[in-house]
Each structure stands twice: as structure tokens, then as C-alpha cells.
Write a protein that binds this ligand. Sequence first.
Ligand code: NAP
Length: 291
Amino acid sequence: MKALVTGSNGLLGKDLVVELKKRGWDVTAVDIQELDITDPVAVASIAGGVYGKEGWLFNCAAYTNVDGAETDVDRATLLNSIAPGYLAQACAMVGKRMIQVSTDFVFDGQTSTPYAEDAPTHPLGVYGRTKLEGEEAVFSHQPSAIVIRTAWLYGPLGKCFPKTIVKAWESGKDLKVVDDQQGSPTYTADLVRVMVDLAEKNVDGGIYHTTGPSVCTWHDLAERTIRTWTGKEVRIPAIKTEEWPTPVRRPVFSVLSFDKCRALGIQTMRPLDEALSEFCERLRRAPELFR
Ligand SMILES: NC(=O)c1ccc[n+]([C@@H]2O[C@H](COP(=O)([O-])OP(=O)(O)OC[C@H]3O[C@@H](n4cnc5c(N)ncnc54)[C@H](OP(=O)(O)O)[C@@H]3O)[C@@H](O)[C@H]2O)c1
């Protein structure tokens, strides 16, 4: 099967390309240098058949700086709200199906039960709002597209919270981490397996929630990461959100239900500690990834 991956140099895009190639897909991987998704002329090349006339487009490109989006509204809107629509339109014209990656930030976190795909959305900031608009733009051009909402991504091939924590620990920095926001850490190598499973099963168009199976706080994630990294019990001071102010509020309870995927026979991801072990092992094998 053919895949075009946009944003292929990012945290998720890199692991997605690895997974697709492992499964024998014919992959074209492009990032902003080869295909700027905000450039309608460049995107029209997809409709022109430059990347083949069938298969799937996986869009991993996005404006992902959650706090930066509050002041860089135009860029976030272009990348997250408008460009996914260009891609979906081009896909629809050439007979490709699109998979758009979205986020738990479309919700406000004011709940105590996992969000189903049809739960009412209410983004708290520009990033969440623009990602939600991107979902709508994609479906308006291609109702058979797939939108995958995920959360708390980590992996060795890009910037992420567990890598920042390991780096800080190794450099002897004083750490303190918030313990009043809950979510589901999602290992990129496991998420890409689910993404490709959904494509290979050729599931119906719509929204699919898919995250790791464990629910924890950032503080818990930090301690578990360092425990996995060092093999020792560690204690990191916990703080409250108000002691770590950020330009945009985060959802307090950001857990997505996996039920829809499970009902389709998609296997749940590995438990957090198992996935963290592999993450740490990959970092140990390639210390240059810390740069
Ligand atoms: N990270 C998370 O915790 C998280 C959680 C939930 C959902 N998501 C979603 O998951 C997806 C992947 O996120 P990620 O963490 O892998 O992001 P990432 O590491 O920031 O990767 C995004 C990639 O897109 C590229 N890009 C930026 N502007 C572009 C353009 N105009 N045209 C083409 N490519 C462009 C970036 O290049 P540069 O680096 O050069 O800008 C980067 O290589 C996004 O849709 C994000 O919203 C992420």
C-alpha cells in the first residue's frame, strides 16, 4: 500500500515512517522542505497525482507549540485549521484517504470519565481551537477521512516531556512537576501501530480516540520515567498547576476512551512502564537523540 507522510521529521512522523516501512508499505516521507502544507500550490501537486493516485495520506505536520499558539495565532490557524483542509481537498480529488492527527486539547478536561469520540468539545486555548477547526476542515472536504485524537505523546525521535525530564535529571537540575493534571501518556511507536492498523482495516471515516492505556499525572510520569531510566526509586517534588503558570490552561482530566477502537479489534497499547522501558532503551542505544 502507498503512504504519503507529511510532517515526517517530527516526533510522530519519524516513528510512523519506521512502522510503515516495517510493514512493507511504499512510503513517501515529506516535511516542510519538500511539501509545505500551508502552500496551496505545493499541496495541489497531490491532487495532480505527483504522489500517486491511491493509498493514504498521514498528516503529522502541525503547529504544536501549545503556549506559543496564544500569540502566534495566524501561524497556528494556517497550519492547524486551514492547511489540513487543503490536504483533504487534494486527497479527495485524487482518490487518497487522509488520516489527520488531532488532540485531547479539543476538550476542557472538566470531567472524571474518559471522553468518547462524540463528547462535546470545548477547547481552552488557540492550539485546541485550531486543531478542532482542522478536524472540521478535513471532514468538509473528505467525509471518509480519519481523525485520530491522541494525547501526551512521547518517543525518542523528537521533543517530549519524558526526554526533557531525563535530560534535566542527568544534568542534576532541581525538578518539580505538577501532580494535579491527569492524562494518558502515549508512546509514539505504539500509536503508529494503531494508526496503521486503522488504515489497513480500512475503517469507516470518522473520529477515533487512541492513547496509551495508563492514566497518570505529569508528576507520576516523571517519577516513572526516572525510575525506568536509573533502575532506582526516586522522589521528585510535586507542585500544583498554579505554581507552574503557563499562558494557556491545560485540561485537568485529559483521558480519551479507547472503546471505539477496541470494538473494531484494535489491540490496546502497551502499559506505561513497558513502553517507557523501550523508550529508555532506544535513548540509551542512541545518545545523540538527546541533542
Ligand atoms: N506532541 C504531543 O504531545 C501531541 C499530543 C496530541 C496530539 N498531537 C498531534 O500529533 C501530531 C504530531 O505531533 P508531533 O508532536 O509529532 O509534532 P512535531 O514534532 O512538532 O512535528 C511536526 C512536524 O511538522 C513539520 N512542519 C511544520 N510546519 C510545516 C509545514 N508548513 N509543512 C509541512 N511540515 C511542517 C515540523 O517541522 P519543524 O520542526 O521544522 O517545524 C515537524 O517536523 C500533530 O498533529 C499534533 O497536533 C501531538
